[in-house]
Write a protein that binds this ligand. Structure first.
Ligand code: ADP
Length: 387
């Protein structure tokens, strides 16, 4: 039955009471001495006190330090200056349950001035789950950043070893030459000095190469740039071949050529593609006689392993990596992207969680479904750089 508007005060207050009793957020009112006037049922559940216990108590009992000790001072300052630091603004605060546990809460404060008496209303929402999820995601992201840099380092180590070998052999031959020059009578000190200068220069070059390696493994910030997704896909698939377990498959590319650029951290998106392609390769490993099919035609039938890239509605670019393996095990479908979910004997279950963290930090989406061949299709969509 629709609630009728009424000018009647009695109905107003019972309506208000209904709102307070049923609101999912905790609602607390205090007077100008910070004494609690009312404490809603949601507040009772959130803080673990009953209303009776708290009526008349100073509201700072619900706050964690440093706000607990400073709250009276905050109120005095407000009455003195009229400056609003929280009223009508809202902020995240650390609140304190009866059990002593603290939690992050969103607090919004309203003020009512009735016959010269101030009444403050606090609306409090427990956001600790969200904050914890954000913290976990940030931790995973940092870990991934490091993992992908270390992995990149591993992949580059052969090239770097080669690079560092050059200054080292130069140093060695310059040293031998210098020794010969100094053994002459009389020694050609001018040329020897010149050779020593070259040795110093080569040693510095080797040092710079090492510095570059170190920078690579240091935790770095994400480096977002407009990138061509097709070339990212090609490079990532090439990276997949590194390592003896994955070197055997053949790849057929079929990438759409009209794709807009995407604003991404190259290393991170390649990490996603590497993870998905390796998973797909593992899924088809039993009946795969060395064939991986990479295409961008969205209607192309999946053969063994397909990587597709195409434009979606709404300015998104989508990449699909599909395979004709056994499909996603039904028992993990709902938690596929959660950390530590694995059905592999030696799996870590971190790959897809990392993929999700990366894609979401790029403002994109990642999901999986079953294709017509009963294998798995993993898709991710990223906003185009134009959007
Ligand atoms: P891991 O590979 O270490 O198990 P992932 O997070 O990469 O960790 O994958 C989690 C699980 O998802 C795998 O153990 C597997 O059961 C399932 N999975 C991932 N990719 C595929 C795929 N292409 N086909 C079937 N199942 C897959």
């Amino acid at each position: 039955m629709p609630i009728k508007r009424s000018g009647g005060k009695a109905l107003d207050s019972s309506l208000l009471d209904l709102v307070i009793q049923t609101a999912p957020d905790a609602i607390i009112t205090i007077d100008d001495a910070a004494a609690i006037l009312s404490f809603s049922p949601a507040a009772e559940r959130m803080f673990g006190y009953s209303e009776d216990e708290l009526l008349g108590q100073n509201v700072s009992i619900l706050m964690a330090e440093p706000h607990r000790s400073s709250h009276d001072h905050y109120m005095a300052r407000y009455f003195k200056t009229g400056e609003r630091r929280i009223i009508g603004i809202g902020r995240e605060v650390r609140a304190l349950r009866r059990s002593g546990e603290t939690f992050v809460a969103e607090l919004a404060v309203g003020e009512l001035n009735r016959d010269g008496q101030h009444i403050f209303t606090g609306f409090i929402r427990d956001v600790s789950d969200r904050v914890e999820a954000e913290r976990r995601a940030a931790r995973l992201q940092r870990m991934l950043d490091r993992v992908s840099r270390i992995q990149a380092l591993g992949e580059m180590s052969t090239a770097l070893a080669h690079e560092i070998n050059q200054p080292l052999s130069a140093i060695s031959s310059f040293s031998r030459a210098t020794a010969r020059i100094l053994a002459q009578t009389p020694p050609d000190t001018e040329t020897a000095r010149d050779q020593l200068g070259r040795i110093a220069h080569e040693a510095q070059r080797a040092g710079k190469i090492l510095q570059r390696m170190r920078k690579l493994v240091e935790r770095g910030k994400s480096d977002f740039r407009p990138e061509d997704l097709n070339s990212l896909v090609r490079e990532a698939v090439a990276l997949c071949r590194i390592g003896p377990d994955y070197s055997g498959f053949r790849v057929q590319y079929d990438l759409a050529d009209d794709l807009p650029k995407v604003n991404v951290d190259r290393v991170q998106i390649q990490q996603v593609i590497v993870n998905l392609v390796r998973n797909a390769a593992e899924a088809v490993a039993d009946d795969l006689d060395g064939d991986v099919h990479i295409a961008t035609d969205l209607t192309h039938p999946t053969e063994t392993l397909t990587v597709r890239a195409g434009r979606m509605l709404g300015d998104e670019v989508m990449v699909t990596i599909g395979d004709a393996g056994p499909g996603i095990p039904p028992e993990i479908v709902n938690k596929l992207f959660d950390p530590f979910v694995t059905t592999k004997e030696r799996g870590l279950g971190i790959g897809l969680a990392v993929c999700r963290t990366i894609i979401e930090s790029h403002g994109g989406r990642i999901w999986a479904d079953t294709n017509t061949q009963g294998g798995a299709d993993f898709h991710f969509a990223l906003p185009s750089a134009e959007s």
